[in-house]
Design a protein around this ligand. Structure first.
Ligand code: SF4
Length: 456
């Protein structure tokens, strides 16, 4: 199998990637600059999620009871197909013709939009980035900035082609144009669909965190609101929710709070008539129960902050589309391989240098390299290409390995003696200029032990 993760070929895209990943790294650094504060958040956020995961069945029951006591209807969906069926059923029962959505990875995961559109509904993404990629017919490039790979000229061309709007490529003008188009859609939609960033079980509170305010429109303006969440997105208490609502934007964009944080409960009847007349919450499994009972359970701590993507050297070269699924970067390489109904992902765990930066920068301290390594062991990939094949042959044969060491010792020593300007031209020249070659030891650990054990 050919690895799908290759460096982006387009120079423009490569420089956009380098620039936004660097910026996100700086944001995270700013948001969690004080080590004591970072540790405070990490310990408490992990403790809250661990408490929930340790007895997830119980806590989800508490969440469902609390939501139902506020008038919301709770639906458990075992897989993507069931989630699509439930959501479409709610829309049809409401007689809906148009739906507005705020950004939701879990809705992308279940491929909700095509299912609703096939049934004749008009679906409008309302997060600006999602709105742009919906017009372009693409998938998100980055979980925080779905359209980060597009420059403003491309967006202006897209608006002209798909919306018939002739605007300049000034960001303010583009935003105003999207706002004009979307305002009308918000007012017309019969159903608003949102994701859920965090749910507090005891109080039955759902947090929808956005930077554009579109989430608040989707959750409060249409007569029917549907919140869709992965079952791992809950914590026991409202205090836990408030803590993570502060921690998540710090890790994601370096801000102590996001621009908009909506706390959603039941329908309008309980809130003085303000809000939707019907509230539904769809809690999706889609393989998560299996993950919870497996050695990969730690990935369910993920907050989707994107810090691991922004620090990953592979993501930084390949970009989001190379992963072929909805979840990208190191977190995506693990999740795509484990969730149900996802594209084949056998090669994704192999596309990592295992440098460990993702674990270091993950606000939840998830051992992503450990999970990737375990996935690799469960799905070993035969080496492909001349050099990896040769290395595999050598490493599998004691005699070949010893013989290679015999040749390598004097050859590397002789090469190391060569003055740098005398290096032969070729692709290795630049690489060699700043590096010293390793010395091959006189004997290997295995060799000495083998001799001692009498197995040499
Ligand atoms: S694995 Fe960690 S760093 Fe990556 S998105 Fe999840 S919480 Fe953020």
């Amino acid at each position: 199998m050919q690895p799908r993760l290759k460096p982006v070929a387009d120079q423009r895209l490569a420089s956009i990637l380098a620039s936004f990943t660097t910026r996100f790294q700086q944001f995270r650094q700013m948001g969690l600059a004080e080590p004591e504060l970072a540790l405070y958040f990490k310990e408490r956020a992990r403790a809250a999620k661990l408490t929930f995961l340790a007895d997830a069945g119980h806590w989800l029951g508490v969440l469902a009871d609390a939501l139902e006591s506020q008038g919301a209807a709770v639906h458990f969906a075992e897989n993507a197909a069931e989630a699509r069926r439930v959501i479409l059923g709610i829309c049809q029962a409401a007689g809906a013709k148009s739906v507005v959505k705020s950004k939701s990875m879990v809705c992308e995961e279940v491929r909700l939009n095509p299912a609703l559109e096939q049934a004749g509904l008009t679906v409008s993404e309302t997060d600006l980035g999602e709105f742009i990629i919906q017009l372009a017919g693409e998938t998100p490039f980055h979980i925080l900035g779905p359209a980060l790979h597009k420059d403003r000229r491309q967006v202006a061309e897209l608006f002209a082609e798909k919306l018939g709007e002739r605007v300049s490529d000034e960001p303010a003008e583009l935003t105003q144009c999207a706002r004009r188009v979307l305002r009308k859609r918000f007012l017309e939609a019969e159903v608003g669909i949102s994701g859920v960033n965090i749910a507090a079980c005891q109080s039955g509170t759902l947090a929808v965190i956005t930077n554009e305010g579109n989430g608040r429109f989707c959750t409060s303006l249409p007569p029917v609101h549907i919140a869709v969440m992965g079952l791992e997105k809950a914590v026991p208490t409202l205090a836990d929710l408030a803590l993570i609502a502060e921690y998540l934007p710090r890790a994601a964009i370096g801000a102590p709070l996001s621009s908009y944080a909506s706390w959603v409960g039941g329908p309008a009847a309980l809130y003085g008539g303000h809000g939707p007349r019907q509230s539904h919450v769809v809690i999706l499994d889609n393989g998560r129960s299996g993950i919870l009972a497996s050695p990969y359970w730690e990935i369910l701590l993920c907050l989707r902050c994107a810090s691991c993507l922004n620090h990953c050297p592979v993501y930084g070269l390949a970009g989001g589309h190379a992963y072929g699924g909805i979840y990208t970067g190191p977190m995506g390489s693990v999740l795509t391989a484990l969730l149900e109904d996802q594209p084949p992902a056998d090669d994704l765990p192999h596309a990592s240098s295992l440098c460990g930066l993702c674990r270091e920068k993950c606000p939840m301290g998830i051992d992503l390299p450990g999970l990737l390594l375990r996935l690799r062991q469960e799905s070993p990939r035969p080496p492909s290409g001349f050099l990896p094949n040769l290395a595999a042959q050598v490493l599998q044969s004691r005699a070949l390995f010893e013989a290679t060491c015999q040749v390598a010792r004097p050859a590397l020593a002789a090469l190391e003696m060569l003055p740098r300007p005398a290096l032969p031209p070729g692709p290795w020249r630049g690489w060699r200029q700043g590096r010293s070659l390793p010395q091959v030891p006189g004997s290997t650990l295995l060799g000495s032990r083998g001799k001692e054990d009498g197995h040499g």
